[in-house]
Design a protein around this ligand. Sequence first.
Ligand code: MN
Length: 129
Amino acid sequence: MVEATTNKSTVLIVEDNPANMKLVGDLLRYNSLNVVEATDGPSALDALKTVRPDLILMDINLPRMSGIDLFKKIREQRRFNSVTIVALTALAMKEDKETILNAGFDGYISKPIDTREFVRLVREKLPAR
Ligand code: MN
């Protein structure tokens, strides 16, 4: 495990869209958070072997493995069974939101993101440390 060298919280972003990844990453870095980026499920699982994030922001529509399946794979791991995981998705239909929350996600942020609202939601979801 890589221990944080600062008091900054770490956020793992799982997002396959480069523009969204840059926007979300920049917003978090600008707000003094450490950011780890993964563009699909397998690379997110790989990153979690060495990083212990305080929060995971996860796109649902991902290549190779859906965000829902990735969520389950992360939760299966004992050390991550209580890590905060928030869906970050363009799926805007009420039914989809219910599917995500019923799967056990800790929250839901719709894309396109409102930058101010996004930062507020991330701060709200970040566990105190
Ligand atoms: Mn996507």
